[in-house]
Design a protein around this ligand. Structure first.
Ligand code: PEP
Ligand code: MG
Length: 325
């Protein structure tokens, strides 16, 4: 199997009917960078910047942050990298950061909420990102955006940091793209307001589904109670894809789903063409892409989305088998 996937490394991810799919990988530490070449991923669709903070015994300094981001951009070369700003707080507590105990950490002051409450922390990170991205393309996205105002506030901090760098004569990124993660269900009913403000969005299905189904992703007693391959989950994803298509907003899926062949097959049928998978998922997902006849798969999926069943996993498996995926 591994050898089979290795052979696919340099094969472009194109479906059997000729649709080009962009297959990226997720990363978080310098050691992950070797996966880029090894898997043949076309870039990093999600760089989890909090990993550097989590393995550090003290708050990483500006220079330390900048050095890592530079290393990542250098390793990626021409391939795009999307840096997600700190997703800490909640259950990801850092010993060197003062925090309050929260009864419901998943619903607590995590990610962008912490960043906006402690703007010095977020601004330092944005400063490091802008410095590392000087003269090249820089893509930054905010996690756990639940309201349009949070995105506006985050973007404002980016503008403030750009101005700070400009006043000091520092070089800025040649191209700066600012995006939002869609992982809070509230945004599904405010995409018309959010999408015009963003340069791109990426769907974090791990969190989006835990919030949709009110099932803590870290609690084994409840995390398996629903199937992501269910009509409500898939219809929500289809809705986001449709709105992004209508507004011309680039959209990717970067949750774990994107790295599992059957789930990624479902994503293709919903119209997604940009997936970011964990390194181990890139090969298997690419193999699925190469064998998928998209128009036939889409027709099959359209019938399944109307199902009243709690899960359409078995039907999806039969569809994939019937189409020789
Ligand atoms: C997600 O929620 O799907 C996601 C990609 O982010 P994380 O898993 O880091 O919360
Ligand atoms: Mg998330």
């Amino acid at each position: 199997r591994q050898a089979e996937f290795a052979k696919l490394r340099d094969v472009p991810a194109v479906t059997a009917d000729g649709t080009r799919i962009t297959l990226l990988t997720n990363a978080g530490l310098a050691v992950d960078l070797e996966n880029l070449d090894e898997t043949g991923a076309e870039g990093i669709g999600l760089f989890r910047t909090e990993f550097q903070f989590m393995v550090s015994e003290e708050l990483p300094r500006l220079n330390t942050q900048t050095a890592l981001y530079k290393l990542v951009l250098d390793a990626a070369g021409d391939r795009p990298v999307t840096f997600r700003t700190l997703d800490i707080g909640g259950d990801k507590v850092l010993p060197y950061l003062e925090s309050e105990r929260e009864e419901n950490p998943a619903l607590g002051r995590r990610a962008i909420r912490l960043g906006l409450d402690r703007p010095a922390l977020l601004r330092m990170q944005l400063r490091a990102l802008l410095a590392a991205g000087a003269g090249r393309e820089l893509r930054v996205m905010f996690p756990m955006i639940a309201t349009v105002d949070e995105f506006r506030a985050g973007r404002e901090l980016v503008d403030i940091e750009c101005e700070w760098a400009r006043r000091r004569g520092r070089a800025l990124p040649a191209l700066l793209r600012v995006g939002a993660m869609i992982e809070c269900p509230s945004l599904l009913w405010h995409l018309d307001a959010l999408l015009p403000l963003t340069d791109f969005v990426s769907i974090g299905t791990n969190d989006l589904l835990q919030y949709m189904f009110a099932a803590d992703r870290t609690n084994p007693l409840v995390s398996d109670r629903y199937d992501p391959m269910s009509p409500p989950a898939l219809r929500a994803l289809a809705e986001i894809q449709k709105k992004c298509l209508e507004t011309g907003t680039p959209v990717s899926v970067c949750g774990e789903l994107a790295g599992r062949p059957l789930e990624a097959f479902a994503l293709l049928t919903l119209g997604f063409t940009r997936l970011s998978a964990p390194a181990g998922g890139v090969g298997p997902v690419k193999r699925m892409i190469l064998s998928t006849d998209l128009p036939a798969a889409r027709r099959g999926m359209a019938a399944l989305l109307g199902s009243s069943a709690g899960s359409i996993r078995n039907e999806l498996e039969s569809l994939a088998r019937k189409l020789n995926v």
